[in-house]
Design a binder for this molecule. Structure first.
Ligand SMILES: [Zn+2]
Length: 442
């Protein structure tokens, strides 16, 4: 993640240094507004910390961009002059983390044709709209899962410069796919130059060069397409689409450059090969088998199950304009998918929340929590940990984000009611704070 100029300007340390300067020096300065950073205190019925614990009748103090105190109301001292929010009946949680989004998409559920009609400018406009919807839903951090032409990196930088509202974005740049695979666009004449939905690379050397290229142009992680998909033509969902040599090249090169790899994989040998090559997360994992579950536990690989999108393709795909072939693919595996993902979760594989937000899912990301409870059998508390601290750990930002902890950045969400009793409340957030700035309130 890149620190934003706005964050640097608001850093409490800068204000403290100014305050400590000799008066003579301060007097020589042009009338600089050396005011102390704003302090906000939330008093709520409960804080769900993000690590599986909660604090009843709690106060959270935010100074500048950071949390400075969290604890029972009887213990926490609210500084004089703080803006105090008395939120009886409310619950405060860490900002949510969606580890699988496609901010640059709006109507791509229509299938392959978008790549023939749209330009990177479309993606930039869609992403500008979707970034605000996502932040308003309480998702203060997202990991993009493949964006052609590096639009996700551009939008990330625009958010960080304060030009547009949005979550903290971890960009991928284009996903790496193989010829004829899920990131390619298939079924057209070989005499037409049809672009892929990712970048098409074959062989370890091409994979290595593309990892370097993505990092050069701003990728925070690498997305690779290891098996077939649901929304693609002519490939089985579990078919391996890269060789072990190519997957290993992707992981070793990304690791050398300080990046993690996220692998699209639904099932079979392609999923196992990605795990054994050392990817940080398996995306979808629809038909993960017992052997793969064993490998994932052994390697510490995360599973990002993207439940909402696949459920809705089955129940609502026709209305959304999803091609019949894709609905048939999703429906055929729906029952087994629920069984296998639940088996992986119950066996102790690490999970992070991811929606695969495309189409009309942007801004509805919080509905994923209920699917985790219903399909995986997660407790509401564990589902919240999956959508906060686990996501932060997967993204490598757990020291700064992912829990309501003194010293961390103040990315916070407040919902009315108790989500431990009704997890669906997380789809309707009342307050959102990002880096100490209130971005949504009733
Ligand atoms: Zn995706």
């Amino acid at each position: 993640m890149r620190p934003s100029l706005r964050h640097l300007a608001a850093a409490p340390s800068a204000a403290l240094i100014l305050a400590a300067w000799p008066a003579a020096y301060a007097a020589a300065q042009p009338a600089a507004p050396a005011t102390a950073p704003a302090v906000t205190a939330f008093h709520v019925d409960r804080v769900i910390v993000g690590d599986g614990t909660q604090i009843a009748d709690a106060i959270v103090v935010v100074r500048g961009e950071r949390i400075t105190d969290v604890g029972p109301a009887a213990r926490v001292r609210v500084p004089a002059g703080a803006k105090r929010l008395e939120l009886t009946g409310y619950t405060l949680l860490p900002g949510f983390i969606d580890a699988h989004t496609h901010l640059t998409s709006i109507d791509n559920d229509g299938g392959d044709l978008a790549v023939l009609k749209e330009t990177p400018a479309h993606g930039a406009i869609y992403a500008t709209i979707n970034a605000k919807k996502t932040l308003d839903a309480g998702f203060t951090t997202v990991r993009e899962a493949g964006s052609t032409d590096y639009v996700d990196a551009v939008v990330r930088d625009a958010v960080n410069r304060g030009l547009i509202p949005g979550p903290r974005i971890h960009a991928s740049g284009p996903a790496l796919g193989s010829t004829g695979g899920h990131a390619d666009v298939n079924g057209w004449s070989p005499f037409l130059a049809v672009p892929g939905t990712g970048v098409i690379v074959d062989g370890p050397d091409a994979v290595r060069k593309q990892v370097r290229t993505n990092v050069k142009y701003g990728a925070d992680q690498i997305k690779i397409v290891a098996t077939g998909g649901i929304l693609s033509v002519g490939d089985a969902v579990g078919a391996a689409q890269f060789g072990m040599d190519e997957l290993t090249a992707a992981v070793s090169e990304a690791t050398r450059l300080g990046r993690k790899v996220m692998a699209h994989a639904h099932a079979g040998d392609g999923l196992k090969a990605a795990v054994l090559a050392g990817v940080a997360s398996i995306e979808h994992g629809s038909l993960v088998d017992d052997e793969a579950i064993g490998f994932m536990k052994q390697k510490g690989t995360y599973l990002v199950p993207t439940l909402i999108i696949l459920e809705e393709i089955v129940t609502d795909g026709a209305r959304k304009g999803v091609p019949a072939n894709s609905i048939a693919k999703a429906t055929a595996i729906a029952g087994d998918r629920r069984t296998r993902l639940r088996a992986a979760y119950q066996a102790g594989v690490k999970f992070a929340l991811g929606t695969d937000a495309t189409s009309d899912i942007h801004g509805r990301n919080g509905e994923e929590f209920k699917y985790m409870v219903d399909i995986l059998g997660a407790t509401p508390m564990d589902a919240i940990t999956v959508g906060t601290m686990n996501g932060a750990t997967l993204l490598g930002i757990e020291k700064e984000l992912g829990s309501v902890t003194a010293g961390k950045l103040a990315d916070l969400v407040v919902v009315k009611g108790d989500p431990l009793r009704d997890i669906s409340l997380l789809a309707r957030v009342s307050y959102v704070m990002k880096g100490g700035v209130m971005t949504k309130q009733p």
